[in-house]
Design a protein around this ligand. Structure first.
Ligand SMILES: [Zn+2]
Length: 350
């Protein structure tokens, strides 16, 4: 089965009222963990690679690993997504490589650090949308700026510094025609999101709900949405790690988001913690071990367990076989004839 466009996965998720986890990968074991979890739970899935992942693994390795996944799991719809594209060139190269979806994060300048102006964001995102939609590829944009830094990407600071303004979100959707929109509601990338269990003062779910009401046809994306569970932190620390106490986004807040238009939920940190905890445990308790398989296998299993749990919690479990996969080339026709146009003025006139 070829890779499918992320737009189709998210449209189907909207129909079914569930969310789809987007899990980051850097290597073969992570792809294997996600695919086994998808088969175990019969879930459609988004696999995403950051610029850092593409540099770490090399594009050709990543691409062929994804093709292997599509070949070995034909019953699972898989979208391959560029996470946080920083420029038109990054998105273009991902599309040419065979990614079926790209994020153009124009909320930051090409350095991936400095917040850009609204006009700059609109212009670069619109350019990526034109190029991608012509080829049937999905585009996610971002409006507002997330907190923290991950893989060298991010403005740093608190997630509360640049909360998305709903009026700007509507204007952005109208002027760019993005399929999906990442919004800033107080979350941050990385492990250190909140210094206590987040409440309405730091996690702005009301902003998310307001944006969904005004943009019901643009799929919302939650970034920085690992839950950073205490049990995973504890395993790392129990076996020689030194993580500071921290809180992520509680799963029930994500589920509230899913009831209000969130269709894609990015999860990376939780998997990193699961992998690292499993590896630390083997090396700490069995210091005589030196075959990498002795710790990579438990690491892969720990990630699979976590991904399967999130798939059930996000509601995507059981939905892999709901629909026939539309070829990416047919998605291009839908963009060309306007039937996939999500701009509020177009949707309103339909
Ligand atoms: Zn992100």
């Amino acid at each position: 089965m070829p890779l499918v466009s992320m737009r189709q996965l998210l449209d189907e998720a909207a129909k079914g009222g569930y969310g789809v986890g987007a899990f980051n990968v850097n290597d073969m074991e992570q792809i294997q963990a996600i695919m086994e979890a998808a088969r175990e739970t019969q879930s459609p899935v988004i696999i995403q690679a950051s610029r850092g992942a593409r540099a770490f693994a090399q594009d050709r390795y990543l691409y062929h690993l994804m093709l292997a996944a599509a070949e070995l799991y034909p019953e699972i719809p898989i979208a391959m997504h560029q996470d946080h594209g920083n420029s038109f060139e990054t998105c273009k190269s991902a599309i040419e490589l065979g990614f079926t979806s790209v994020m153009m994060d124009g909320s930051l300048k090409a350095d991936g650090k400095t917040p850009s102006s609204f006009e700059e964001n609109v212009e670069i995102t619109r350019r990526v949308v034109d190029f991608a939609h012509e080829r049937g590829v999905t585009v996610e944009g971002e409006i507002g700026v997330l907190g923290g830094v991950e893989d060298g990407h991010g403005a740093g600071g608190s997630g509360l510094d640049h909360i998305t303004d709903p009026d700007q979100a509507v204007e952005f959707a109208e002027r760019t025609g993005v399929d999906a929109l990442a919004i800033a509601i107080g979350t941050s990338h990385g492990a250190y999101k909140f210094t206590k269990k987040p409440d309405g003062s730091v996690l702005k779910m009301d902003v998310l709900i307001a944006i969904h009401k005004r943009l019901p046809h643009t799929h919302l994306v939650m970034h920085g949405s690992s839950s950073v569970p205490k049990d995973l932190q504890d395993i790392v620390n129990q076996y020689g790690g030194s993580l500071k106490e921290t809180w992520g986004v509680p799963v029930e807040e994500i589920q509230l988001g899913i009831r209000n238009g969130v269709r894609k939920i990015n999860v990376d940190t939780d998997n990193r913690l699961a992998i690292t905890g499993a590896i630390r445990k083997v090396l700490w308790t069995q210091p005589e071990k030196f075959d990498p398989r002795d710790y990579m296998k438990p690491a892969r299993e720990a990630m699979q367990k976590l991904v399967a749990q999130r798939m059930r919690e996000f509601g995507q479990a059981g939905h892999a076989g709901d629909y026939t996969q539309v070829p990416v080339a047919d998605m291009a026709k839908g963009y060309a004839d306007g039937s996939l146009d999500t701009r509020p003025s177009v949707v309103g006139a339909r």
